[in-house]
Design a protein around this ligand. Structure first.
Ligand SMILES: [Zn+2]
Length: 661
């Protein structure tokens, strides 16, 4: 009944929408581009031309503008907090580059000294155990994770790592670009070691670090392999983990962290741990120490002097993602506080910039989309009754979170000093790690919010079966309280639908209503589902994104399913909200046209060629432009709204059009 009532409220909004503005930025449209040739360009072409990628960025678009505006707001907040609170002093410490320049690499000197004293493999393992609470100095990390098959419980998860480059492919691929990146990486490591006061054959040292990381990359699963939750589900207990990596001594590691030894332990990639055990004896101890020193220097670089930051940018900014200039320091500092003391900063942000009415309106939109998805599932032409029932049960259990966490975290244990950036960062990071690890052995924490309030993003968690929308994303042109419904459904509505769709994508569909990894499909229906996924995989495998480059369909299938599901749901929910009445024509555009323009505006984003290449390798999301195009190529109501015909680029041949529900 509740949802029926809410549906009525929105329908009322639509009936009076003649008074509302369209919310569509007409000046963004490229009138010289035909909607059926390239709808991404049509909806935002003029805006894209007028908003080129800034020199400091690897890409720029609608969401970047909102993020940038949020950063400005956070700066205003932090400037006013300096000398008054921990977040203000944290920010001030970060802004004090005169001091960090004077200190050079001194803040990490003591830790480098500790690494230098490692004299045996036993010492090496001990150092890895000791570093569990702070930083990435070990290729093995203990963390807290829901037991995928009993998600009410938080267990110990053992994961591998140790790569500096963003994916194993960068170490193993033989194409010219990968080779060039590897040689640039070696030169970068050499310069960083020099900055940190190391002497001797630094070029040789950098080569050894690359060689060691290559050995770590080999036994790792690929990103596509990791998408299958069964491939990383190995709850084998402390004995099982010890068998894989005996030298690490899991018992003393867990004891040191205050974790009950009876807690279940899961190892995500057993093969990696086995290889790691071998590498501790086959790779010279000095090389391991080199690698640890490098990891420490690299991970601390943002908190050290300008030279470290410039060198870090030269590689990670310029070479890897094509950025030309470093961002203003204050932006980095705002991000550091947002990352490490999110709730203290977010609480002020929400009070100033997130009106309670926005939350109410979002609650309504979410419930309307849920109603629509329920209808879709119930009326599905291909699911058997048993599958439908389980799917609807899962949908009813979705927990929406809007804006910010139900409970704000406090930072009593964090020590911040205006005079000590490195120490402040460490203290805050330590508190964050301790909080996460304290969940182990406990029932899941329902009140956590996986993103900070000003974040311009949204998420679905399969083990929590929850969808979350931080306050930061609930702004124009995604969401506008003063605009007609078409724009809101096409914008944030499609985002809500996207997150709901993740509950039924290639990964999410393997979890049930309680968030447990458990099959609820009949074998025939699962087969039909896989066929639907295969349609999308084929589409993205074949779309040319420029220079002959293509997506890896198996990597982006989940996000692409979310996009298609999202636009389908949002469109149907929009039609339902009209309650049988025709939508008003505003600004010369029909309701359907406004809906699709709003949808495409979300994906108005351009990327530098370097960033495109990196994303195609590492990002499960398709490139923004292709999220708009690929999705709408499959969607008949869009073709109708703009009179697109078979043979147009924006129309996939009817027999190839992908559908989900
Ligand atoms: Zn997504």
């Amino acid at each position: 009944m509740k949802s029926l009532h809410l549906l009525f409220v929105l329908a009322l909004g639509a009936a009076y929408s003649a008074d509302l503005k369209s919310g569509i930025d007409l000046t963004a449209i490229d009138k010289n581009c035909k909607p059926c040739d390239d709808f991404w360009r049509y909806a935002s072409g003029t805006w894209l031309d007028q908003n080129p990628i800034p020199a400091t960025q690897s890409g720029w678009g609608t969401m970047s503008v909102i993020s940038d505006q949020n950063r400005e707001r956070l700066k205003v907040i932090l400037d006013a907090e300096v000398g008054k609170s921990k977040i203000g002093n944290f920010y001030a410490a970060c802004m004090d580059t005169e001091r960090t320049n004077k200190l050079g690499w001194q803040p990490i000197a003591a830790d480098l000294e500790k690494i230098a004293k490692i004299a045996s493999v036993a010492d090496l393992y001990a150092a890895w155990r000791d570093s569990q609470l702070d930083g990435r100095l070990a290729p093995v990390t203990l963390g807290a994770r829901a037991d995928l098959k009993n998600s009410e419980q938080t267990i110990v998860s053992v994961t591998g790592g140790g790569l500096s480059l963003p994916d194993r492919n960068y170490y193993l691929n033989d194409d010219a670009r990968s080779k060039r990146i590897r040689s640039e990486f070696v030169a970068h490591v050499e310069r960083m070691l020099k900055l940190a006061g190391r002497e001797g054959d630094l070029a040789g040292a950098a080569q050894k670090i690359l060689a060691l990381e290559t050995l770590l990359a080999k036994p790792m699963l690929t990103r596509v392999e990791r998408r299958d939750p069964y491939a990383t589900y190995h709850v084998i207990g402390i004995e099982g983990a010890t068998k894989l990596l005996p030298g690490f001594d899991f018992k003393s590691a867990l004891t040191k962290l205050g974790i009950d030894l009876k807690t279940p332990v899961g190892v995500s990639e057993p093969r990696f741990m086995e290889e790691l055990a071998k590498l501790t004896t086959t790779v010279p101890l000095e090389d391991w120490k080199l690698w640890m020193s490098w990891s420490l220097i690299s991970s601390a670089s943002e908190t050290l002097s300008d030279s470290f930051r410039a060198e870090n940018f030269a590689f990670n900014g310029r070479v890897m993602s094509g950025r030309r200039e470093q961002d203003a320091r204050w932006k980095t500092c705002v991000e550091v506080v947002d990352r490490l003391m999110a709730d203290a900063l977010g609480q002020i942000y929400v009070a100033k910039h997130f009106p309670p009415q926005a939350k109410q309106r979002m609650d309504q939109l979410v419930e309307n989309l849920r109603d629509t998805l329920r209808d879709e599932l119930k009326n599905s032409s291909w699911m058997a009754p048993a599958t439908k029932e389980a799917a609807v049960k899962k949908l009813e259990a979705f927990r929406p979170k809007i804006g910010y966490a139900a409970k704000w975290k406090t930072y009593d244990t964090v020590t911040v000093s205006k005079e000590d950036l490195y120490g402040s960062v460490r203290s805050a990071a330590l508190a964050q790690r301790k909080y996460r690890l304290s969940r182990i052995g406990q029932p899941r924490e329902r009140d956590d919010f996986g993103m900070s309030p000003p974040t311009v993003n949204a998420y679905y968690s399969p083990t929590m079966n929850e969808i979350a929308f931080p306050a930061g994303i609930l702004q124009p042109p995604m969401f506008d309280m003063s605009a007609d419904d078409a724009m809101n459904y096409g914008g944030i509505g499609a985002v809500i639908g996207h997150e709901m769709g993740h509950g039924f994508d290639d990964q999410g569909s393997k979890y049930d209503a309680e968030g447990n990894l458990k099959n609820w499909w009949t074998p025939e229906d699962r087969k039909k589902f896989e066929e639907r996924a295969a349609c999308i995989i084929e589409q993205y495998n074949t779309l040319d994104v420029g220079d002959g480059l293509r997506h890896n369909g198996n990597l982006v299938v989940g996000e692409a399913m979310g996009d298609l599901g999202g636009v389908t749901l949002a469109y149907k929910a929009y039609k339902k909200s009209l309650n049988g009445k025709p939508a008003p024509v505003i600004d010369g555009l029909t309701g359907d046209q406004r809906f699709f323009i709003a949808f495409a505006r979300v994906w108005a984003n351009q990327q530098r060629p370097e960033a495109v290449r990196m994303r195609l390798t590492t990002d499960p999301h398709p490139i923004s432009k292709w999220r708009a195009i690929g999705t709408l190529q499959n969607f008949a109501p869009f073709h109708e709204a703009f009179g697109c015909k078979q043979g147009d680029f924006m129309v996939r041949p009817v027999e190839k059009q992908c559908k989900l529900y």
